[in-house]
Design a protein around this ligand. Sequence first.
Ligand code: AKB
Length: 320
Amino acid sequence: MTKKPHTILVIGACGQLGSELTLELRKIYGDANVVAADIQYPKQAELRESGPFEIVDVLTPQHLTDLTSKYKVKQIYHLAAILSATGEKNPKFAWRLNMDGLFNVLDFALEHKVEKVYWPSSIAVFGPNTPRENTPQNTIMDPNTVYGISKQAGERWCEYYFLKYGLDVRSLRYPGLIGYKALPGGGTTDYAVDIYHQALAKGTYKCFLSEHTRLPMMYMPDALKGTLDLMHAPAEQVKIRSSYNLAAMSFTPEEIAGSIRRHYPDFTITYEPDMRQQIADSWPQSIDDLAARQDWGWKPQYDLHTMTDDMLLHLKRINN
Ligand code: AKB
């Protein structure tokens, strides 16, 4: 069998970020050159039909090795992870998936001479003693969720593989990501996606965070652009090899509801905080991303209102 010479592998391709990133990568590199991989077949028709798909459980290194008979993997986007809220339900498993999964990918990348690896970190690496406003790149990090602990440890390991073995690993600390194409799964910031769906479906939303909980967030087109800009930057410009702070906007549930009311004046919101409130209270309210701006030119495009306008426009189209 002739191997595909320049394959980009996206692990966790069916997730909220993966499903959109895979399609963007296919636009840039060609459908056949971007392999979507996940533990389940894609439900989204566009993802399923636009290019190759492979079942990969990142906890089974043999699944990765098996791919080498078909593809010469040049880049990996390793996105598979258990997020903050779900992680707390089964901390040991979240730790295993998030850490062993990362090691399996990093070791595969070294062994098979993969040129670049992307791995997402999160604002969850910060904790209750981190300065909450304009959180610096380098500061106190005392995460108290298993997800945050695994992301913090993962950052150290990414930098370690870069420094010790020269592996070109790149990473961003995402805030909450909001998009209309796919739903997030198991995070603390998920309300900011759900609220748009419920605004259209029911005209009301019951929020699991309190009204004044301010968190850093980002619209998906900005997240995709940031990720691709980082991956396309010349190696010498990528000075941080743990993970870059990345910011776009910060808002509270009350403010996003207000933004939706510009379109639907009768929209109502109620608040019933659950265990996710404690997680949100331990995270920053806003992020200082100067290093990303200076090193490789990061600049977000969307704020709360322009995101709301675009989200509602697309969700209305999808629902009709
Ligand atoms: C979560 O809420 O767990 C994620 C994140 C901020 O990393 N969206």
